[in-house]
Design a protein. Structure first.
Length: 1230
């Protein structure tokens, strides 16, 4: 036993507490964590407590029911498998935390119900199907909106009724939004947060609490307590109340030694400085709960429990006669709450129809006891000593949907009555809580106990105080170790749990190992005893515990002893041996499969340290590899192993040969050695051969054979993603250059799926060797990440060496020396354009540019910056990026859709640009003269340099009012504006777009006006039909020249959420538009990086007439290649990192790169205007005066502009016609 463990046990033993026996295996999987975070940070963790590996494929699924729907909005098939005690995390593909499976369907909100299903059976649920709670279930942190919820420890069965009321506080603990540190393991929290009180029973403010109520205090984790002084109970009448302590290690009961006084108010307070978690951290602060004891009962007779709707199977056999009968198993339980025994002969029980039971003469109910009346049958059992009868009419006839139950005396006077509604029809009883003196209404039994009913007894199955229940002898109900257990640690304690509270005499327990009697300390608990050996047990050895029947007696009623001795045995594992002695080979532990063949067994190994990650900020362990001469030569078995020593106390170094004794186990797919009991350094300066890996792989599975071993990559690898660099210290590398999105480089379907497989085989993760989130410093690139020392996608590394590990569903290399990254993809200070044009058009997704209330406050908003400080950081970066494009026209996406007033986001952005623009440059924005563009939170917009171009005519908007194929509720409406180049006079119409994303489904068949548009699996993601329909509507609309430009030069820009070879782009190209990025930059370019693969969603497509006027195209790589950590956000960063990671420059201003098109627009060709005699482009009074002056003059020829009606004369008819051609009201001049 390690020193830390000894201290923990001594504290527990001093308290008189005992460790519970191992939890029973769960029946099936459960939800263990729920993440409803910001943006796309949505995820679910599923825990396997069954004790067996569970294969998910084809058997398990998640269903989501949005906004109170009674039919599933979408269904997600779960993939992979879960080892015993492990979890499976499924998340939205854009979530910022690691996961085992990603699916775009993970888009739930706080009002969406979620089901976990095994086949067709519901095995767990969150929320209530068919019910819309508004915005959330629960309140505060323990609610389903903008929070993380973790299942309380000890919950091993899911909520299998998705239609019942849902209160997350009953089984879940709440944490702040975007708390991810508990994901990946159920029941543990990274970085060991302070313990806290997560619940009191009675709850704070509770009323009508029973006078004999046991107080329960639940903590957030296992804790050690200082006995007697960790709590205090103070009452208004009773004063200071003492109690008997029991339970643990995370939930403790306080049973008052004397009953509370009726009607008094009491407060229980937990003292923070007397409670510590197992790591020694004290409670976060004092916690208390104040409650009120029930006033004396106003009536002598109390209807305490009613069962109107027995369950439809044998579990509904409430009368225990072996047959479930819907009528016979109904019952009512009535308690005599008076001071005296009472004869209730000739009294009656009636429902809403009439009298159902008349009590026979001589029916005497003792004071404090109950009478139990069943509908019929032959009740079998003690029923807590209650008086038991069956309905004299042959049935009670209680209506499931609502009824009344009335007890009347022989004179017809009502002694007690209770009416219930539909809550009575739920396969369980309605019960008073607490028993007897609980206030109305009665509650469903399962809400206060893990049973459907408790006929004749209290809720917890104990007898009412006035009943003479049969006194059963005690018995042993569980032990730890269990009988016939093997590989038991020599430092184990032994726990014995009885059926009830017992007294054990001296000599009641005997422990013998291989014929030798062992000495131990006996520590009593509430219903059990712990035997703590005074020395480690011999190993290996067969040990037997005998519990003497005569030495154990119960504490209730007459003293009863056990009916027979109880004997159980177990095998102690072999202890450690000296260096150089035979040991288990690592290859035998690893085996040739994913799961160790020695799982759960004690083993002893001796091997060489190849990776040292013992630091508490790292992995709390190290990697061992067999010496070359001890390797088994089997290419399918690994020769490496991770040792989780959890700061065991022996510091090792690379090259040490060490001997370790521990237990083989699997930790989220990584085979490791844990529960270390011996660790000895045998030699230093040893070496082993590393393994050369080569990518692409033939199969991911081939890496299993090198798990835990020293590896190297001789080839040059390219950084293909840095998304998790700041959060988790991870970098993705790929062979053969950066990875590209499949549909960016090939057609959707089989070809794209083949590229996806190729990408997977080219990729490996590099990890900093730490489990910490938000490490400080981030060690890649050396010496540390900063705004001035970035690591970009496209950079390279050669000769990487480290250890191959596995975690969070991915193989990863943990470098044992700092990788040397080469900046092959260095930052550029300006877009690469030829400079041959005089006009630039840019497209830029500004990533949720929300400016609060526009006056410096109003943060946080629904998106974007959380504080005014963050917004200023975001604003500075966006402005620098926009200025850096040197664009005359800028199409915006993801700008706040808050109109066009002086405090709007687009006005703010224009003002910011003007404050830093060069002299003579002025930015304006297009106002389409609507309140907002559509009703989404984000919108498109247009900025332009009024010093370079002018907006001609009114802007126009495309939405489903113009073309039903353009679905507003999914796509953001498009905005088109014609501009005139002030230098050349050329015109161009720019249409800026933001189509539906791939991140959430469009499969809503209950909405007839929308497409049934799921992810078809061809590589184009969700909503491909929706985007394609919008793209077709867009080109159809532009063909009508919606702005009335009279010019055929159109440029489609924006985030179309489709890669180059996807259907929406094909639809636009089929209408004659040219993909300018493809034409000028080729296929290996990008503006966005997602899940390690590059491509462009941001497009520039030109009409045929415009293409010849394009002089160049650039994608300015200032964002997509940069680590997310360098953006404007301050969360998940230390104070120093908030400064070191940030510069008010264009880099990581957004997540999309801007696209810039350079143009040399052809001068506009003047168009003759009929009636314009002075050739100034309009028809006004000046033209009419010229025509009047020539009245009666002969025409000069067939095309004389004065002869408007072509009759060969200049007369009044021409004057009349000219007045109809005026370009202004009443032919006014400018």
């Amino acid at each position: 036993m390690t020193p830390q463990v000894i201290v923990g046990w001594l504290v527990a033993l001093t308290l008189g507490l005992y460790a519970t026996s191992p939890a029973r295996a769960a029946d099936d999987l459960i939800f263990s964590e729920y993440v409803e975070g910001s943006s796309n940070n949505k995820g679910l963790e599923i825990y396997n407590g069954t004790g067996n590996s569970v294969v998910l494929d084809g058997s398990y699924s998640i269903e989501a029911y949005h906004n109170g729907s009674s039919s599933p909005t979408f269904t997600i098939a779960l993939l992979g498998s879960i080892a015993p005690g492990a979890v499976h995390v499924i998340a939205n593909p854009a979530a910022t935390f690691p996961s085992d499976q990603q699916d775009g369907g993970i888009t739930f909100n706080g009002d969406d119900a979620l089901l976990l299903k095994h086949g067709t059976n519901v095995i767990d649920s969150i929320g209530q199907v068919g019910f819309d709670p508004g915005s959330e279930w629960g309140t505060g942190l323990t609610s389903t909106q903008n929070n993380t919820l973790r299942r309380l420890e000890g919950i091993d069965t899911g909520d299998t009724d998705p239609n019942d009321a849902f209160d997350p506080a009953a089984q879940w603990q709440g944490f702040a939004q975007d708390t991810f540190d508990g994901l990946g393991s159920h029941g543990s929290v990274a970085n060991d947060p302070e313990p806290s009180v997560t619940g009191f029973n009675p709850t704070d403010g509770a009323a009508n609490v029973a006078t004999d109520m046991t107080i329960t205090v639940t903590f957030s984790e296992e804790v050690n307590l200082t006995p007697l002084i960790w709590y205090s109970i103070s009452c208004s009448q009773s004063g200071t109340v003492t109690a008997t302590e029991s339970g643990g290690p995370s939930s403790y009961d306080l049973t008052p030694n004397l009953p509370f006084a009726a009607g008094e108010q009491c407060t229980v307070t937990v003292q923070a400085d007397q409670v510590n978690d197992l790591a020694g951290q004290p409670l976060a602060g004092n916690a208390s709960s104040t409650f009120t004891i029930a006033a004396p009962a106003s009536g002598t007779w109390v209807i305490n429990e009613i069962l109107a709707d027995p369950a439809g199977d044998l579990s509904g056999d409430a009368n225990s006669d072996g047959t479930r009968d819907a009528s016979a198993d109904e019952f009512v339980e009535i308690v005599n709450n008076g001071p005296d025994a009472t004869d209730i002969g000739d009294w009656t029980i009636a429902d809403g129809v009439g009298v159902r039971h008349t009590f026979p003469a001589g029916t005497v109910v003792e004071a404090g006891c109950s009478v139990l009346v069943f509908g019929g049958g032959t009740p079998n059992g003690d029923f807590g000593g209650s008086l038991v009868q069956t309905a004299s009419s042959g049935l009670l006839g209680f209506n499931n949907g609502g009824d009344s139950v009335t007890l009347a005396d022989r004179d017809g006077s009502i002694q007690a009555t209770y009416a219930y509604g539909g809550e009575g029809g739920a396969d369980q009883s309605l019960t008073r809580s607490p028993d007897v003196d609980g206030a109305d209404p009665l509650v469903q039994h399962s809400a206060v106990a893990n049973t459907a009913y408790s006929p004749g007894t209290r809720i917890d199955g104990t007898a009412f105080v006035g009943c003479n229940a049969l006194d059963q002898p005690p018995m042993v109900v569980s032990t730890s170790p269990m009988d016939a257990a093997s590989d038991v640690a020599p430092n184990s304690t032994i726990e014995i749990v009885f059926s009830e509270a017992v007294n054990a005499s001296v000599g009641a327990f005997q422990l013998v190992c291989d014929g030798q009697v062992q000495t131990f300390d006996v520590v009593p608990g509430a219903t059990g005893y712990t035997l703590d050996p005074q020395a480690e047990l011999p190993s290996p050895a067969q040990c037997t515990v005998t519990v003497s029947a005569a030495g154990v007696s119960d504490q209730d009623g007459a003293s009863d002893t056990m009916t027979a001795d109880y004997v159980f045995s177990f095998q102690i594992a072999a202890g450690a041996s000296a260096c150089g002695q035979p040991a288990t080979l690592i290859s035998a532990i690893q085996g040739d499969g994913e799961i160790s063949p020695l799982l759960g067994q004690f083993v002893e190994i001796e091997a060489v340290v190849v990776g040292d990650f013992q630091n508490g900020a790292q992995l709390d362990g190290f990697f061992l590899q067999e010496e070359d001469g001890d390797q088994d030569g089997n290419p399918a078995t690994s020769e490496g192993l991770f040792v989780f020593d959890n700061q065991f106390g022996v510091d090792v170094a690379v090259g040490d040969r060490v001997r370790v004794h521990g237990v083989a186990n699997e930790f989220f797919g990584l085979t490791e050695l844990g529960s270390i009991s011996r660790l000895e350094v045998c030699a230093s300066g040893q070496s082993v051969s590393d393994v050369a890996l080569s990518f692409p792989l033939n199969s991911i599975a081939e890496l299993e054979a090198f798990e835990g071993m020293a590896v190297r990559l001789d080839q040059t690898m390219t950084v293909t993603e840095t998304f998790d660099l700041g959060r988790y210290g991870e970098v993705s590398l790929s062979s053969g250059g950066r990875l590209f999105q499949p549909t960016h480089v090939t057609a959707p379907g089989d070809a794209a799926l083949a590229v996806e497989v190729e990408n997977t085989l080219r990729r490996i993760l590099v990890d900093d060797g730490s489990d910490m989130q938000n490490p400080d410093p981030v060690i890649f690139p050396a010496p540390a990440l900063s705004a001035a020392n970035t690591l970009r996608s496209g950079d390279t590394v050669t000769g990487l060496g480290g250890v191959l590990s596995f975690g969070f569903g991915e193989y990863r290399i943990l470098p044992t020396s700092a990788p040397l990254f080469v900046a092959e993809n260095a930052r550029s200070t300006a877009p690469n354009l030829p400079g041959q044009g005089d006009l630039r058009v840019a497209s830029f997704n500004v990533l949720n540019y929300f400016n609060g209330n526009g006056l410096g406050g109003g943060f946080p908003t629904s998106r974007g910056a959380d504080t005014a400080e963050e917004f200023q950081r975001q604003r500075d970066k966006i402005i620098q990026a926009l200025l850096g494009t040197d664009a005359d026209i800028i199409g915006l996406m993801e700008i706040e859709n808050d109109g066009f007033g002086p405090t709007s986001a687009i006005a703010d952005l224009a003002n910011g640009l003007n404050s830093q623009a060069p002299a003579g440059v002025n930015y304006a924005y297009v106002n389409p003269d609507v309140a907002t563009i559509g009703d989404d939170e984000i919108s498109v917009g247009l900025l332009y340099r009024s010093s370079s171009v002018e907006a001609v005519g009114a802007a126009r908007i495309l939405d489903d009012g113009v073309d039903p194929g353009f679905i507003n509720s999914k796509n953001r409406p498009a905005l088109a504006q014609t501009f005139r180049d002030l230098t050349t006079g050329g015109h161009i119409t720019v249409a800026v777009n933001h189509l539906k994303s791939k991140g959430s489904p469009c499969d809503f068949p209950e909405q007839p006006n929308e497409l049934t548009d799921p992810d078809t699996g061809d590589g184009q993601g969700n909503c491909n039909l929706t985007r394609t329909s919008a793209a077709s509507a867009l080109v159809d609309w532009l063909s009508t020249d919606p702005t009335g430009s009279g010019d055929a030069d159109f440029l489609i820009i924006g985030d179309l959420n489709a890669y180059a070879n996807e259907d929406p782009i094909s639809a636009i190209k089929s209408a004659g538009y040219v993909n300018l990025i493809s034409r000028f930059l080729g296929s290996e370019t990008w503006s966005y990086v997602f899940f390690g693969a590059s491509g462009y969603l941001d497009h520039a497509l030109a009409s045929a007439s415009l293409v010849q006027q394009v002089t160049g195209v650039a994608e300015w790589h200032i964002n997509a290649d940069e680590p997310v950590a360098l953006d404007y956000n301050t969360e998940f960063k230390s104070t120093a990192q908030q400064q070191d990671y940030y510069n008010p420059d264009p880099y990581r201003a957004s997540d999309h790169d801007p696209v810039i098109v350079e143009l040399a627009l052809e001068p506009a060709v003047p168009v003759a205007v009929a009636g314009d005699l002075d050739d100034d482009g309009d028809v006004d009074r000046d033209d009419m005066d010229l025509l009047r002056a020539d009245y009666g003059e002969p025409v000069s020829g067939a095309d004389d502009p004065r002869d408007l009606n072509d009759d060969g004369l200049i007369n009044s008819r021409d004057l009349r016609l000219q007045s109809q051609l005026c370009t202004r009201f009443r032919c006014a001049t400018e």
